[in-house]
Design a protein around this ligand. Structure first.
Ligand code: FES
Length: 168
């Protein structure tokens, strides 16, 4: 499923490092570099936004503060470095995000901050997982699918241009 030449590593959550994969950037997705997808639908479920009982100690206001989307479109990675069915964590040009490719050619980007208590989520198999209390978020929608978090990840605008992932 991934580039055969890419020697990525994978942790227990299926998260891949892109250290050795960046050379394969010339292998743009088969869907073409001009394809643009901006996915960020329904990241929040308002119904549980005010619930205070998630983990017994209450929802802390500092960690739950929603980060805003990057104000300037920023090239964060080669599209070829984002594994299909998983994703990467980026911290580039002042942009901290998780970028996923739940289906080939469909890219998503979110704030990496877990809405529960502010830990950083990690990409896994078509989802993002928080290591602190195991909240799970759908990679395609950002919606919470498990764990104590009651809201989804904050979506960021994302597109692919010339084989590069642009967030913001
Ligand atoms: S901080 Fe508690 S599940 Fe993420």
């Amino acid at each position: 499923m991934t580039h055969p030449a890419a020697s990525t590593t994978q942790d227990a959550h299926g998260t891949r490092s892109r250290d050795a994969a960046h050379e394969s950037a010339a292998h743009a997705p088969a869907t073409g570099p001009s394809r643009r997808r901006a996915v960020g639908v329904a990241g929040l479920t308002a119904a549980g936004a005010l619930a205070l009982s998630a983990c017994g100690s209450g929802r802390d206001s500092d960690a739950a503060a929603s980060p805003s989307a990057p104000s300037t479109p920023t090239d964060v990675a080669a599209a070829a470095d984002v594994p299909v069915g998983s994703g990467i964590t980026v911290d580039k040009g002042g942009v901290k995000a998780v970028v996923g490719q739940p289906e080939k050619g469909t890219f998503t980007a979110y704030s990496p901050v877990c809405p529960h208590q502010g830990c950083m989520v990690n990409p896994a198999d078509k989802q993002f997982v928080c290591p602190c209390h195991n909240s799970v978020f759908d990679m395609a929608s950002g919606d919470v699918t498990g764990g104590p978090a009651t809201t989804g990840l904050s979506p960021y605008p994302v597109k692919v241009e010339n084989g590069r992932v642009i967030v913001g």
